[in-house]
Design a protein around this ligand. Structure first.
Ligand code: APR
Length: 231
């Protein structure tokens, strides 16, 4: 099959070799916190200081990490690929952008962004974000971390669905396939006739739905795959 249009889903595993902990690994991020305590609207309402502090710490930690060869390889593919290409990341770090990726979106929000719970405006944010910070657009003291919490609607779902409907190849990198709707993208892609490839440290909950699964570290597998695609 000729591959013209590609959709690439990435998860925490692509940033692991940059030193950012994954969510469900042995040292998983949630291990320090129960998800219920930091990643849902109820937690934000119940203990805003805890939730804001949790994301302030993760935002500050971005200054200590760098894109790894997997991020750099995807940026290289993005720059050179003549067909359509969209990187859909579940990650809230900015390592894809810092590696140079352009055709990409964050479906679960971004650490370096603040969202106004009153007017919905999103603004770039790199400093700590205390509860009650006023929104620059509407003035209400309602800025919150721009993270899609469990139970909230991910960003850009229409754009993602359209890209998957047109994809000839759907690739998943470094995700456990544990969280929907992202975990269901591979089935939609297959339904539209796309080829499917998974690259992950170990088989995932979604491996069954991929035509091919390559197990190993993203920092090794992804550059080799990009060389294959651009070869
Ligand atoms: N290379 C490739 N894959 C790796 C590597 C690596 N170096 N290290 C870990 N992995 C794999 C793990 O085997 C695991 O399958 O990455 C996957 C990470 O899975 P999760 O920790 O569940 O992260 P993710 O799939 O991105 O979680 C999805 O859940 O908590 C929510 O919103 C959060 O976006 C997140 C979503």
């Amino acid at each position: 099959m000729d591959i013209a249009n590609i959709v690439i889903l990435t998860g925490a595993g692509i940033s692991a070799e940059s030193g950012i902990a994954t969510f469900r690994g042995p040292d998983g991020l949630w291990n320090g916190h129960r998800v219920e305590d930091v990643c849902n609207p109820e937690a934000l309402a119940r203990d805003p200081a805890l939730v804001h502090h949790f994301y302030d710490a993760r935002r500050a930690a971005l200054d200590e990490v760098e894109p790894n060869p997997a991020h750099l390889a995807l940026a290289r593919l993005d720059a050179a690929w003549p067909g359509e290409l969209l990187i859909v990341t579940q990650n809230v770090d900015d390592l894809h952008e810092r590696a140079g990726a352009r055709r990409m979106l964050h479906m679960h929000g971004e650490l370096r962004s603040a969202l106004c719970a009153a007017c919905g405006v999103r603004e770039r944010w790199t400093a700590p974000l205390p509860p009650g910070t006023p929104c620059h657009a509407c003035g209400q003291p309602m800025l919150r971390p721009d993270i899609v919490f469990f139970g909230e609607m991910p960003y850009a779902m229409e754009r993602i669905d359209e890209a998957i409907a047109r994809a000839d190849l759907f690739v998943s990198i470094g995700t456990s396939g544990a969280v929907y709707p992202a975990a269901g993208f591979v089935r939609t892609a297959r339904h539209h006739g796309a080829a499917t490839l998974e690259m992950n440290l170990e088989p995932s909950a979604a491996s069954f739905f991929f035509a091919e699964t390559r197990t190993g570290a993203a920092g090794t597998l992804v550059p080799a795959w990009v060389d294959q695609m651009l070869g």
